[in-house]
Each structure stands twice: as C-alpha cells, then as structure tokens.
Design a protein around this ligand. Structure first.
Ligand SMILES: [Zn+2]
Ligand SMILES: [Zn+2]
Length: 385
C-alpha cells in the first residue's frame, strides 16, 4: 500500500511546510509569482525538470520518454477573503486567504512528486504535473492547454484533487459521468421609453418588460427542462428606474445559467436568448443580451474513473474510497482538460477535529492529516494508471 510507505514520514512534514508557506502568502487569479517560486524551488531540489507555462503556471515532467502520458493537476490561487486567525500560519495578506484549499492541492502534488521521484523507475508512463493559477477565475487551465500542457508528451488521461468539506479527513470520493456543472453569466439590458407615471400609455415600461422576462426564464427551467437533468437559471441583480412617478426607460439585469451537460448548456443559452428577445418584441421594448461563457460542465470518464477507484482501493484501503452519489453545480476549470482527455476528479475529505465551516469561508480549518492521503492518491494514480 503506497499510503503506508515509510517514506511519507519524511515527505509529510516537508509537504506541510510547503502548504503553510503558501497559506501565509495567498495570491489571486493569474498573478501567482510567489507560489510559482515555491513550486519551482521544490522541483529543483527534487531534480525534476520543469518549465513555465503562461506567466505563472508550471509544467513538470518525470518518468519515461514517449507519449500516452498521465497528467496530475493542482491549482495555486486563493480568494479575496480576510482569514479569521485560527492557525499559526494564518494568511499574512489582509483580504486574501486560501479558503478553497488550493494551498493543499499544490503541496500534495509536490508531496507526490517527491514520492514519485524516489520511485521513478517504476513509472510505466510519462507523467506531467500541472500547477495552474486562476482556478477561481479568470481561468488558468484553458490558457495552459492553449500553451501546450497536453502535448509533448501527449497526455491521454488526467486526474485532479479538490478538498471536500463533505467527507471525513483522508477519504476520497469519486463520481463517474457528469460530475460538476458548467456556468455562463448573462447581462440583459431592457430599453423602453420613459414617460409620466400618470400616463403609462405614452411610454414603454422597461420594468414591466424586465419582470415578464424574469417570469418567462423560470418557465424554461420548470416547463422545458427534464427534471432529472439539472438546470438553474438565476437572475441575480435587477436595477432600473428613477422615482415613483416616472415610467422607467431602462432596466439592467444580470444572472447565471448552470447545467451539467454540454447539450443542456447549449440549449439553455439558445432558449434564454429566444425568450428574452421575444418578450422584448412582444412588449415593444428593445433588448441587449450579453452571455459570457464560463467553465464548461466537467465529465468524469467512466472507465478511467473506475480504474482509478480500483487503484485507490488497493493503495489507500477501501475504507478511504467512496462513491459520490450526486453531481454538483459548482464549477471547475479542470473541465477544459476533461473535454480533451479522459479525466477524473478526486474529492479529498478534510473534515477533522475543529472543523466548523466549509470552503470559501473565512474560518475554514482543514485537517492536515488528509494531505498524506491526497498525495498518496496522486502517486498511486501515476504508478498504477
Ligand atoms: Zn473555490
Ligand atoms: Zn477550489
């Protein structure tokens, strides 16, 4: 069992040191030079060759030459949250925190790298380590793919780990098929014609038109969508009008569309456009709709996920591997990797002693004992895949 290897006694404190160093200094978006420097220094010490990909991403490589490589991915960025001080290695940057566990992901991938360097001759396939910034937006995976992270060597299978506040510490949950949602954001600007509140017939009330759109968009979910294939259309903001006795000439709304499959996503985007335009036309108003495409839905390849599950049961123990029954509409930009190669997502439980609140919250406390399991899981996939 890989997780029982005595080498982890050396790797674990080293890996936790890296996690804490990253935790103290969270960086946002694509701007992750400090985290990049920590990764590069660790890889240099291990004698693992690496290159920069986009400005602050890192691609490292070990194992044999050739193609048919396995890729393991960790994200590097934090969130604009001020951390509640609960640990000695609390964030030293006000307004920034590793509240999504990406510090752990990067540390675990480096922990796995150290383990795999010591077992490099046992790697049957080339291995690519992908350290990417900007998972929380604007996205680092797609630009790294465009910069060639899946080529030379050619990657055919990939895995990532994300910490989970739904599972006990060290337990890894997997799901086959549709795993995570896709997300598109929209802005609707309704243009009517202003007028006196006492004479509405002289104007075109943008508020009435906007509310008709909100109602009609909900029928898209409730009357057109298969209830077993999730779709969320939410209008999150609505602004318009001047005062109580003026017919509003302009309303602006923003919202989000979330779905679990590429087909539903495409259909929803098309129907939102049709509904908004038709409702505007019917009510003599004009409309401008902008849809900003976000991350696509993430699909976990069924055969590869089953294979990884077997590997993990063997190398971590079956008590540490579980099925995840429900997909989530949360998004993940590893989905771009999953569009290109067979991919799977490992959800690593971090709920241990002292845990009170979940990911993206200022008081998040991750049980660090989970990191050994995550690193061992990365190593097991590389050696067993
Ligand atoms: Zn997050
Ligand atoms: Zn995250």
């Amino acid at each position: 069992m890989i997780v029982r290897d005595g080498l982890w006694e050396e790797i674990e404190p080293w890996m936790l040191g890296i996690r804490r160093a990253i935790h103290r200094h969270p960086e946002l978006g694509l701007d992750t030079p400090h985290t990049q420097a920590i990764i590069e220094e660790a890889l240099d010490r291990l004698g693992i060759s690496h290159t920069r990909s986009i400005a602050h991403g890192v691609k490292a490589q070990l194992g044999p030459e050739g193609d048919d490589a396995i890729l393991l991915r960790a994200d590097m960025d934090g969130l604009p949250i001020t951390e509640i001080p609960r640990v000695p290695f609390v964030s030293e940057v006000t307004g920034r925190m590793h509240a999504c566990g990406h510090d752990c992901h990067t540390a675990m991938l480096l922990g796995a790298a150290r383990y795999l360097k010591a077992h490099e001759t046992q790697l049957r396939r080339p291995l690519v380590l992908m350290f990417q910034p900007a998972e929380e937006g604007p996205g680092g995976a797609l630009p790294m793919i465009e910069a060639g992270v899946l080529e030379n060597p050619r990657v055919t299978q990939a895995a990532m780990i994300h910490v989970s506040d739904d599972l006990p510490s060290g337990v890894i949950g997997l799901r086959e098929g549709p795993a995570m949602g896709g997300c598109d954001d929209f802005t609707i600007v309704v243009r009517g014609r202003g007028g006196h509140g006492s004479a509405p017939h002289t104007g075109v009330d943008a508020i009435l038109v906007a509310t008709a759109m909100v109602q009609s968009l909900q029928s898209l979910v409730s009357r057109e969508q298969d209830p077993l294939d999730p779709l969320v259309v939410s209008v999150g903001t609505i602004h318009g009008g001047y005062r109580e006795n003026i017919i509003a000439d302009r309303v602006e709304m923003t919202g989000t569309i979330r779905s679990l499959t590429a087909t539903t996503r495409q259909r929803a985007v098309t129907r939102v456009r049709e509904i908004v335009e038709q409702v505007a036309h019917l009510n003599r108003a004009e409309v401008e709709l902008t849809i900003e495409a976000g991350y696509p839905p993430a699909f976990a390849d069924i055969a590869w996920t089953r294979q990884v599950k077997q590997i993990l049961e063997r190398e971590l123990g079956s008590d540490y591997v579980t099925d995840i029954a429900q997909p989530t509409l949360g998004v993940e930009d590893f989905a771009y990797v999953a569009e290109k190669v067979q991919a799977t997502i490992l959800n690593l439980g971090i709920v241990g002693e002292g845990f009170t609140t979940g990911l993206h919250s200022a008081g998040l406390l991750i049980d660090e004992k989970a990191l050994r399991y995550g690193a061992a899981a990365f190593a097991a996939v590389a050696l067993g895949g």
